[in-house]
Design a protein around this ligand. Sequence first.
Ligand code: TYD
Length: 137
Amino acid sequence: MYNCGFIKFKKIRDKYGALTPIESKYDLPFEIKRVYYITEVEKNVTRGFHSHRKLHQILLCLNGTVKICVKNSKEEEIYELNDSSVGLYIGPLIWREMFDFSEGAVLLVLASEYYDESDYIRNYDFYLEEANKLFKE
Ligand code: TYD
């Protein structure tokens, strides 16, 4: 989908377990400025409900599974994160909703910018206005 899609990272397995390295310069389309993670999400909770104006992010589910519904003004898709070495890249002006967190799910987010509330679009109608402009260009 436009501005959104899976990125597969390396998974180095040995008899001691598995390790996934992620280096901005080699593995990502942006430099990481911020990392945060979401835990303890109860069943039937959906979160997100926003888009960003400039932020690029990669979402990785390090434990368990989670589904991400992404939308723009023309397309909508549901991605399931169920492998800790497969991230979902979400670029600017993509609406996202995260749901179906499994018990103990850990959602890690790598972000291109520091936290900035003014970069959020939290109202879906305002979002559609912005996204429509983008697709008319
Ligand atoms: P929010 O982005 O609304 O979470 P989600 O989209 O996953 O539902 O953030 C929840 C709260 O955490 C909100 O009060 C803002 C705060 N927050 C920070 O302080 N720093 C951050 O880097 C992020 C992502 C959120």
